[in-house]
Design a binder for this molecule. Structure first.
Ligand code: NAP
Length: 353
């Protein structure tokens, strides 16, 4: 087995495995024994970063991870980089929500209780909250770090100006700044490349993409004009979120999937491994957060850790999935100002067809 690559998150000394294990399925599609087998397999393959959240399975995911951490006396807690998130309601009270001091303080305390740990390595704010001043959220997070409840902080699900404001307010007030951004990012959705990814490169934040397979689409398991059914994510709920079948059943998706398939055939890897290896190698990516229902899926996807795509395969995938740049301001800035980051990301190349 090839040892899994480790990377620093941005400019920090925090090291994480290039693939991390997401636990959104735990306690929902994946029962506890299977979840523990996934964690065992991931750790044995050299994985270190485990990503959970208070909302996953309404707390069940954190409890499952916590029992796994407590279960094996030979396991060194220091071998695992533990990340969790708070911001959205995790229980029955929709008012227990937001990025304000009171909610985040209660949310982190509840997460630590469920995980059975005194602190986490990364505490993520799960999304922007326009009802709370950023300064209040940052002061709260800074307190978590001073109290040893979190080593580092990160943010998820923000736009470019929101991330910039977070960084500016943190710097202006001498507060702990996020070291990582957790956005959706995959071959089917490269929207972060217009603002967030260049910004993370500039500000030295490590990017941790969620839904690296677009919720399962990039495995090639969904078919053109055939609404899925059965025990798959979209079989169980075809209208689910950003990965909804009708949203993604487009010519663009099928062109990208054809290219992924072509590279898979050429390399002898699975389409999933190809999509994951492409993402791992994107500039700024610190760790790709895998998601799986079963150990078998996880095992197959971890083949990506040993897969090296050659230049022409990478170029094909980058070109076919290029999001294109909207005419204004992006197109104008690209044409009239000296901007090289989009060229470097392959963002501006027109999508073929
Ligand atoms: N910060 C956020 O807002 C946010 C949002 C979403 C996720 N996340 C994090 O990111 C992690 C990964 O996200 P994700 O679960 O959406 O990732 P994903 O890799 O895009 O999708 C994972 C799903 O695809 C299917 N799949 C995976 N490998 C497969 C294979 N080899 N063959 C067939 N099907 C396969 C499985 O679903 P089925 O078998 O059920 O079809 C699996 O649950 C989560 O666990 C969570 O930690 C964060």
């Amino acid at each position: 087995m090839v040892a899994m690559e480790r990377r620093h998150v941005g400019d920090t000394d925090l090291e994480v495995s290039a693939f991390s294990l997401g636990t959104m399925t735990f306690g929902v599609e994946t029962d506890e024994p299977e979840a523990h087998r996934q964690l065992d397999h991931f750790a044995a393959a050299g994985g270190t970063l485990v990503d959970t959240a208070d909302v996953y399975g309404a707390g069940a995911s954190e409890e499952i991870v916590g029992r796994w951490l407590a279960g094996d006396r030979d396991r060194d807690r220091d071998d695992i980089v533990l990340a969790t998130k708070g911001r959205f309601p995790a229980g029955n009270d929709p008012a227990a929500s937001g990025a304000g001091r009171e909610h985040l303080t209660n949310a982190l305390a509840a997460s630590l209780r469920r995980l059975g740990v005194h602190g986490v390595d990364i505490y993520f704010v799960h999304g922007w909250d326009s009802a709370v001043p950023v300064l209040e959220t940052l002061e709260t997070l800074d307190g978590f770090v001073s109290d040893g409840l979190a080593l580092h902080v990160g943010w998820s699900n923000v736009t470019g100006w929101q991330l910039q404001r977070i960084l500016r307010v943190a710097e202006a007030n001498g507060l702990t700044a996020p070291i990582t951004l957790q956005p959706q990012y995959n071959l089917l959705d490269r929207g972060i490349e217009w603002e967030l990814l260049p910004q993370c490169l500039e500000e030295r934040l490590g990017v941790m993409p969620w839904s690296p397979l677009g919720g399962g689409w990039l495995t090639g398991k969904y078919r053109r004009d055939d609404r899925p059914s059965g025990a798959t994510r979209l079989g169980e709920d075809p209208d689910r979120g950003v990965e909804a079948y009708d949203l993604r059943n487009t010519e663009r998706t099928w062109e990208i999937l054809d290219a992924v398939d072509a590279v898979a055939q050429q390399t002898g890897a699975t389409p999933a491994a190809v999509a994951l290896a492409w993402l791992r190698d994107r500039p700024g990516v610190a760790s790709v957060i895998l998601g799986a229902r079963t150990v078998a899926q996880l095992e197959g996807n971890l083949d990506a850790a040993a897969l090296v795509l050659d230049e022409s395969s990478t170029a094909l995938l980058t070109q076919v999935s290029a999001p294109g740049i909207p005419p204004y301001p992006y197109g104008f800035v690209q044409d009239h100002c000296d901007v090289s980051h989009w060229a470097r990301l392959g963002t501006a190349a027109p999508a073929p067809g």
